[in-house]
Write a protein that binds this ligand. Structure first.
Ligand SMILES: Cc1cc2nc3c(=O)[nH]c(=O)nc-3n(C[C@H](O)[C@H](O)[C@H](O)COP(=O)(O)OP(=O)(O)OC[C@H]3O[C@@H](n4cnc5c(N)ncnc54)[C@H](O)[C@@H]3O)c2cc1C
Length: 396
């Protein structure tokens, strides 16, 4: 693993850094953006930023040029992510499903007509996509899904329910998994569809989370007509289409670069807080905790770089993605919990209170941190993947 960047790559980093500095709006306040529970505000800021990225040619960085992307290398994509994280620019999360997951899936599985129809509108964020996979009875065991699509002439008729659908209430199209064949083993009778969210029969009901935000939703389907041409990939082979998507989801989540900022902020707050009249960093317990977090963060960071080196050698992404997801989400959970202890009761006040530290960011992040150990595959599932695939341990 070579940790040095070439002079060309360093020049590219400066180009990216300069572009971000010149294009982030003058009144952009990252602390406000990352701490507000106002989803409308976050979506508005993120969409405006996405539009700038698109106009500047920075949307779909790793997509092939023929489909409107930049054709960037693995290292260039990593450098771009590092610089976005360093500047704390708005996340591309508003269309993460479209850009990081659906686009590459359509490039792999879609027809030429579908590529022309969907890809440019994903890059420009004219179409925001959501991911309709999870159901009340199918999360970790996704293949148990029961929402079904029945063929009827030139369309399918969909009935059922999805849940935890992030940003469905802001989305134009859902990437839906539905059962199209009940008479075969459960992995073999699923199909993938692009569903217009304005179709009659769709009801979206936002769910309010413990943070007070309403980021995700329940989505109900009642006799929803989906045209046959919206089938993504072959009928009944949606499981393999979904595997492609989940691989891109994991790769798009990366090593959790944003958690480095949490760590730096935590160290900075520990220096300011006084315990018994002296800086909290003089307290051996605090020092030990911070040292442990720094060690673990570096372990995650270098594991992520190891995965990057593999990709540069043309090898497929391995189980490093599971280590990074498990390591970074668990570390974030313990860091933010520790912050609320370190800061005492003031650290647990929410942003409405004038005495709240950092506009209530710590308690908000501590509550959000739990979700990150679940979304994109729970910690238990990552451990199972590592136990069986990386370590080769027996199942029983
Ligand atoms: C912030 C967030 C955003 C999300 N966004 C979306 C979205 O946009 N679209 C979408 O489709 N889904 C989304 N999800 C859903 C997410 O994919 C599921 O929550 C996740 O897959 C877990 O499924 P579940 O909630 O049904 O829990 P379950 O699968 O029921 O799991 C419950 C508990 O049992 C454990 N468990 C389950 N099976 C096993 C096993 N085999 N071995 C050991 N332990 C096990 C789990 O780890 C967990 O602790 C989101 C979730 C979150 C938190």
């Amino acid at each position: 693993m070579d940790l040095e960047y070439t002079p060309e790559e360093e020049a590219y980093r400066q180009e990216v850094r300069g572009w971000i500095e010149r294009n982030l709006p003058g009144d952009y306040d990252p602390d406000e953006y990352f701490s507000t529970p106002d989803v409308d505000h976050r979506v508005k800021v993120a969409l405006a930023w996405q539009k700038k990225l698109y106009e500047g040619g920075w949307a779909g960085l790793g997509w092939p040029k023929e489909y409107g992307g930049r054709g960037a290398s693995v290292v260039e994509t990593q450098i771009f992510s590092e610089e976005v994280s360093r500047a704390r620019a708005p996340m591309t999360a508003i269309n993460f499903v479209g850009i990081a997951m659906v686009g590459p899936t359509i490039i792999h599985w879609g027809t030429e007509e579908q590529k022309k129809r969907y890809l440019p509108r994903i890059l420009s964020s004219e179409d925001i996509w959501c991911q309709g996979f999870s159901e009340p009875g199918a999360g970790s065991d996704l293949a148990a899904l029961s929402t079904h699509a029945v063929e009827d002439g030139d369309h399918f008729v969909v009935n059922g329910q999805k849940t935890w659908t992030s940003l469905a209430h802001y989305s134009d199209i859902m990437y839906l998994l539905a059962r199209t064949n009940k008479d075969v083993p459960k992995h073999k009778g699923i199909s993938a569809f692009a569903v217009d969210m304005k179709s009659p029969g769709i009801t979206v009901r936002p769910l309010v989370q413990v943070t007070g935000d309403a980021d995700f939703n329940e989505v109900f389907f009642e006799d929803v007509k989906v045209p046959r041409e919206n089938l993504l990939g072959p009928k009944d082979d949606g499981w393999n289409v979904a595997i492609t998507t989940l691989m891109y989801e994991r790769a798009g989540m990366g090593g959790g670069l944003e958690f480095e900022h949490v760590l730096n902020q935590l160290v900075s707050r520990a220096k300011q807080v006084r315990h018994g009249g002296v800086s909290a960093t003089r307290d051996p317990w605090v020092r030990q905790m911070l040292a442990q977090f720094i060690i673990e963060w570096n372990a995650v960071k270098y594991t992520d770089l190891r995965a990057l080196s593999k990709q540069m050698r043309g090898e497929p992404p391995g189980w490093e993605g599971s280590i990074c997801k498990l390591g970074s989400s668990g570390l974030n959970l313990r860091m933010t919990d520790f912050a609320t202890e370190l800061l005492g009761p003031y650290g647990q006040l929410t942003r409405e209170c004038a005495l709240a530290v950092d506009r209530g960011a710590w308690i908000r992040q501590a509550l959000m941190a739990r979700a990150l150990t679940i979304g994109g595959g729970t910690s238990e599932i990552q451990r199972s993947i590592l136990a069986t695939r990386a370590l080769g341990l027996p199942r029983k």
